[in-house]
Write a protein that binds this ligand. Structure first.
Ligand code: GLN
Length: 463
């Protein structure tokens, strides 16, 4: 803990941390040491981690990367935070040591961590490049070895894409596996928490601790607690030492390998697929015909839900309030004009537009129907394969500022992660190799509902 606190300070220019809780971390680490000595430790007790600043925390400030919440302090811990470790005075969780809060795009809206009100995060592999987003602080912190593990959230790719851009491993479980209680809401029907770490094995340990049914989240899946680490290690029927993935059918949707896919990304992903074949897997060509449509569908549904979720930030109960204002309506307007950044405002406007009378049927309802068809397309594919594989993103990490003011450019780069999110399926990013400029490339693996164990097993075999 001491070493990593010093490392975090030495590499502050990466912009990964928004808050470092030195006193809290040292106090928790001391109690963890005592528990370990007393034989009361789990595999995670005393291991440092840090949280994406979208999870509310009792002992540290929470901003969601927004000026709107600057200085905000939650009275409670998010379920995911509490389960991983809730500080020196309470070891009812896994007993991990929380070092601090990590930078992210404002309300998790973005793909490059350039939408944080507190400045960008830099990619440790090349500090002129972005780490991906929206969990960019989490990815950069793990990649730079500032911390061995971090929490992230994924609404349309925000765990998988930064993991890919930063050369680490991340898993977004099936919607409902991790509680959303205390996770500041962006698009509630899509938001899902997950771990980001150096390996599938570390992710499995973290996911086992942070997941599970929670009565405080009505969409939390009511299933018995799962040991993802055991699932990861369980041998497949017919597996051999040389071919641990024997019999595993991996589907390759042709839409995940379009002509526009960068050659370096294609090369690295094909290389990883060849490795999976050597490990015994068979590759099956198939189709997800509505892949391109996942972009407009997501960018209608997510802003629609965001416009509703973000209405709570009105300057009355918490967060920023405009200093000078007239009546109540004027206070709302000035507060929101000052507190939200450009991308958040854009999404609130898109969301209120697609939900408004006269446009609802044309946009929101159509998007909902397509969402169902996209989910059905996946089920048709899972008749022919056990896992789906492809790239996470069409290119390696781009340069800071490179995308300028064109939000659509960033939206289009989400093409490979959005469909899995819309369907609520588990997905992960595993390092596949390197592309242009020596930048990391991730392989995406998508499983059927609650098949996290199968994903982790394949990723672990690859690593
Ligand atoms: N890049 C996507 C967006 O901007 C996904 C973000 C996320 O998963 N939180 O909405």
């Amino acid at each position: 803990t001491q070493h990593l606190l010093a490392r975090a300070k030495a590499h502050a220019t990466l912009g990964a941390y928004l808050h470092l809780d030195e006193a809290g971390a040292l106090a928790t680490a001391a109690v963890a040491d005592e528990r370990r000595a007393a034989g009361k430790a789990t595999a995670l007790t005393g291991i440092p981690l840090a949280h994406k600043d979208i999870f509310v925390t009792r002992d540290m400030p929470t901003t969601a990367g927004s000026k709107m919440l600057a200085g905000y302090r939650s009275p409670f811990d998010a379920t995911v935070v509490a389960r991983l470790g809730n500080g020196a005075d309470d070891f009812s969780g896994a007993g991990m040591v929380s070092l601090g809060k990590l930078n992210c795009d404002e309300y998790a809206m973005g793909s490059a961590n350039e939408n944080s009100a507190f400045g960008p995060v830099r990619n440790p592999w090349d500090t002129s490049r972005v780490p991906g987003g929206s969990s960019g602080g989490s990815a950069a912190a793990v990649a730079a070895r500032l911390v061995p593990a971090a929490t992230g959230t994924d609404t349309g790719g925000s765990i998988r894409q930064p993991a890919s851009f930063s050369g680490i491993t991340g898993i977004k479980p099936t919607y409902g596996v991790c509680s959303r209680y205390g996770m500041i809401a962006f698009a509630s029907s899509l938001d899902q928490a997950g771990p980001m770490a150096r390996s599938a094995e570390d992710c499995a340990l973290l996911l086992s601790a942070m997941s599970g049914f929670d009565t405080r989240d009505a969409t939390s899946a009511e299933r018995p607690p799962q040991d993802f680490h055991a699932a990861m290690l369980t041998a497949r029927d017919g597996a051999t030492a040389a071919q641990p993935l024997k019999g595993l059918r991996i589907g390759l949707p042709l839409e995940f390998f379009p002509a526009a896919l960068a050659a370096d990304v294609n090369g690295a992903v094909r290389g990883a697929l060849a490795e999976l074949e050597k490990l015994g897997a068979t590759l099956v060509d198939l189709s997800l015909p509505r892949t391109e449509l996942s972009i407009p569908v997501y960018y209608i549904i997510a802003p629609a839900e965001a416009s509703s979720n973000l209405s709570r930030f009105d300057g009355v109960k918490f967060g920023h309030r405009a200093k000078q204002h007239g009546d109540l309506l004027d206070m709302y307007k000035k507060t929101r004009a000052e507190g939200f950044g450009a991308e958040v405002k854009r999404r609130i406007m898109i969301g209120t537009y697609v939900l408004s009378h006269g446009y609802y049927d044309a946009y929101y309802l159509q998007a909902q129907k397509l969402r169902r068809m996209i989910a059905d397309d996946f089920q048709a594919c899972f008749q022919q394969c056990d896992l789906i594989a492809g790239p996470v993103a069409p290119t390696v990490a781009w340069k800071l500022g490179e995308q300028g003011d064109d939000p659509v450019k960033a939206y289009l780069a989400d093409i490979f992660t959005l469909s899995g999110s819309l369907a609520g399926l588990p997905g992960m990013s595993v390092p596949a190799g390197f592309g242009e400029h020596g930048m990391p490339v991730g392989l995406q693996l998508i499983g059927n509902y609650f098949q996290e164990g199968r994903l982790l097993h394949a990723a672990h075999a690859l690593q």
